[in-house]
Write a new protein. Structure first.
Lengths: 201, 201
DNA sequence: AAAAAAAACGAATGTTCATTCTCTTTGAGA
DNA sequence: TCTCAAAGAGAATGAACATTCGTTTTTTTT
């Protein structure tokens, strides 16, 4: 084939990333071999290497896109952009966020919680990946703070409460949901949200 | 040396585990080479292999002890065993639990959050490690449920609230603390607890 | 329809690493 | 003090794996 269009190239890259995600869900980044990615993608070794310089390059691409896909949506989901509606109660927001995470995974055909966990573990040990992922983590926190500000205005929380601190707790609930889903498997968005409601009285 | 006492053997194993933990904190399980463990432990390759059958064997030992060490203590910390004192408010409990996690890490000379994250990632992809870690995860949840029951009695939460659900949320707050500590680095037990207090009104 | 340029292929390569093996040292028991 | 079984050492081994390379296929362009 001669030089191929930029869109086709992007599609192929996406196909390789999708194959890698399926491998990573099963085996984690380090036990995922390029041979497995090659097989899962249906391409050949040489071909994969015309789209990505290295395995590490694929991982970086995942670190960049993976979270963004999930959380840009959460971002939009939560804070009721410039509108006249009040911010929803936190249990509703948490249910929506966790549910969205699962739905997006279904849509992509992968178990997003598992992949997210592997990605975080990589970020914890590889400064480059950490650097790639921090901005998105910050964006999630900011989205929650944005929500918290509105929720304070709406009287959901004590007037004078610190929105950044509230955002820390709400941000923290997501990994907790993911981890318990992996370790104990019994948490659902609805139950988790109900638990938060119980906690809030 | 001739056959060595069982205690001495246990000490040596501990020494190797401690060395491995230092490596894992830096590099994760898969990028930690046996050469690094050997160097960090101050022993020789042959020697390490007289105390552990394999690298995997060391990892299993960590999965077994790692969490147990942390959380058995949390377990004791939270629920005010058979006493006449009321259960503390949840923000106090969360502050104590997260603070304990950091303190124990300091005591062991490692960053426990990082190691915990690596361990969870392993559990997510290796069924054997998962099986090793599930009972402890369950124990943490149970400890929180135990706390929740007492806290409901003490009027901290709505009478009729479901203690198991509340336990899910409280359990979930710990990984959230750990992950934000690694990704954003700005969370402390005090701030996190204050955030929870704000959330609770 | 021929040429050219890039993609696809998959066997070959070289490196990294866990584990083993042989040799040496050690110290508890006789 | 001497013996010997076990521990300690570290070089050697072999398997696994990412990446490359020489060749073949494809399809746009002329």
């Amino acid at each position: 084939m001669p030089k191929v269009s930029e869109e086709h190239r992007a599609e192929k890259r996406q196909q390789i990333i999708a194959a890698t995600l399926r491998c990573v869900e099963r085996d984690g980044f380090h036990k995922t071999t390029m041979a497995a990615v090659v097989k899962e993608s249906g391409l050949s070794a040489g071909s994969v290497y015309t789209y990505f310089r290295s395995k590490n390059d694929i991982i970086h691409a995942i670190a960049q896109s993976g979270l963004t896909g999930v959380t840009a949506a959460i971002n939009r989901l939560i804070p009721e952009e410039g509108s006249d509606m009040d911010a929803p109660p936190p249990e509703w927001a948490i249910e929506a966020a966790t549910q969205h995470l699962l739905d997006l995974g279904t849509e992509l055909g992968v178990d997003l919680p598992r992949i997210a966990l592997q990605t975080w573990a990589e970020a914890a040990r590889d400064p480059e990946i950490h650097a790639i992922m921090v901005p998105e983590a910050r964006r999630i926190r900011d989205a929650w703070r944005n929500y918290a500000e509105k929720a304070i205005d709406a009287g959901q929380f004590r007037r004078g409460a610190d929105p950044e601190r509230i955002a820390m707790v709400l941000t923290g609930l997501l990994p907790g949901f993911i981890l318990q889903r992996i370790m104990l498997g019994d948490v659902t968005p609805k139950i988790y949200a109900a638990g938060l409601a119980d906690l809030l009285d």
